[in-house]
Design a binder for this molecule. Structure first.
Ligand code: GKR
Ligand code: MG
Length: 432
């Protein structure tokens, strides 16, 4: 393989809209269409590597700025992506909402310049590794040192949901509504019958805690052998979180972000001894030290999209192993390229891994030819070259056309909720 044939000749960033279900969370409801960006890097040798990331307008602008700098770089030089980020992504060149130190709207911690760098590096690192793997004829997990597991377990990610989106011409799914314990249990049955998942997570923060406690108890009654988790995205006060933790001690495997901030999380742990997980109060490496000193979290949910990529995930796995922390994976609405990337990262991550979150069953569409399947609750790690997925260009073009002809440009769960309830305002923290 000549060095020249690994050099990038072209970069393509394609914004798309995908169908999404009316899933409820603390902010409101998912919109009928979710934005994503599909990344392609093409080498001089004619090999194309793919990646997938956030597709909001501000991200697209940052990705475009970043992508322009890449032609000429070798796909074997992912480390240099951080230098590119430092050079081109600075306050002034990117939207301030991406770096303003405020919690990000999709609930993955505080927005910062470093996190924006990590988001762009990750999107292209995945595409670099896919192209490199394809060029060398080896799977991505081998570029990460080889798989330490053959299958990666995922969790059934349950949501309270409506039967359909409000408004006209909105897509209708066949999942039905889930707004009470029987609805949630029925949703879990469907997930487990169809995909064989062996862990259950319920997105909470939607209804008052007593109602969500009842749903978790109903899940545990229906599936006594399966671990169950509840994640209200930090919307409870520390006092409420302590009460819920006492109610659900011995019922849940862990509580995920029951309250906001490391100090409050540490208080809940101190008072109740319950295991706590987060994708909100530890989202960068510099937040790990204080979390450990405070004993604020016992499980970190990594997300390669904002931790800096697949190698950053591996590093985090090593840190968690060394510090005695558990590791799982966080997810947002995503397609099969991201599922493949998560699976390679998880396959090469040392230490124990909790079943990872995935939104994948919620989106009926994809941009790859063969969907990445769940077998017995897991994805079997692919040994095909690169990520092991093939871009479906016709499908990509169709979903891009939808983006071109729509005015949806960013995730807005609050706005989507207002379509149904014009008086809806984003709840202040803590709500309960
Ligand atoms: O998709 O509504 C959602 C979730 O609430 C998502 O935005 C969260 O980031 O899944 C996430 C979580 O675990 O916090
Ligand atoms: Mg979470």
């Amino acid at each position: 393989m000549s060095e020249r044939s690994l050099r990038i000749a072209a970069v393509r960033i394609t914004p798309i809209l995908i169908e999404d279900a009316p899933l409820l969370n603390l902010q409101g409801v998912h919109q009928p269409w979710a934005t994503r960006a599909i990344i392609e890097v093409e080498t001089d040798g004619g090999v194309v590597g793919v990646g997938e990331t956030y597709g909001d307008t501000e991200h697209l602008q940052a990705l475009e700025l970043f992508g322009r700098e890449l032609p000429g770089l070798s796909v074997a030089s992912s480390n240099l992506l951080w230098r590119v980020a430092e050079r081109v992504l600075e306050p002034g060149t990117v939207a301030s909402s991406l770096t303003d130190g405020k919690p990000s709207s999709w609930v993955t911690g505080v927005a910062s310049l470093r996190k924006l760098h990590a988001i762009c590096v990750s999107a292209f690192e995945v595409a670099f590794l896919d192209a490199l793997g394809r060029s060398l004829g080896v799977p991505v997990h081998e570029l990460l040192g080889g798989k330490v597991r053959d299958r990666v377990d995922y969790a059934a990610y349950l949501f309270y949901k409506w039967e359909r989106h409000p408004g006209e011409n909105t897509p209708v799914d066949d999942w039905g509504a889930a707004l009470d314990p029987p609805g949630v249990v029925a949703q879990a049955h469907r997930f487990i019958d169809r995909y064989g998942f062996k862990s259950i997570k319920l997105k909470g923060g939607v209804f008052e805690p007593a109602r969500e406690i009842a749903a978790v108890r109903a899940l545990k009654d229906a599936f006594p052998d399966l671990p169950v988790r509840l994640d209200p995205n930090g919307i409870w006060s520390p006092e409420t979180a302590v009460e819920v933790a006492r109610e659900l001690s011995g019922v849940v495997e862990y509580l995920e972000d029951p309250t906001s901030g490391q100090d409050n999380m540490a208080g809940v742990r101190r008072e109740t001894g319950i295991d706590l997980a987060t994708n909100m109060c530890v989202t960068t490496t510099d937040e790990i030290r204080s979390a450990v000193e405070l004993d604020a979290v016992q499980v970190i949910l990594c997300d390669h999209h904002f931790w800096g990529g697949l190698r950053a995930t591996q590093q985090l796995a090593g840190i968690c192993e060394a510090l005695g922390l558990g590791l799982s994976m966080h997810s947002n609405t995503h397609l099969g390229i991201s599922l493949a990337a998560m699976t390679h990262a998880a396959a090469a991550a040392p230490g124990d891994l909790y079943a990872c979150d995935t939104h994948r069953p919620w989106q009926p569409e994809d941009v790859i030819e063969q969907p990445v399947e769940f077998v017995d609750g897991a994805v079997i790690v692919s040994d095909e070259p690169g990520l092991g997925v093939e871009l479906d260009r016709a499908r990509l073009a169709l979903l891009h056309k939808r983006w071109m002809t729509s005015d949806v440009r960013r995730r807005d769960d609050v706005g989507a909720m207002r379509t149904a309830d014009p008086m809806w305002v984003k709840p202040a923290f803590p709500r309960w």
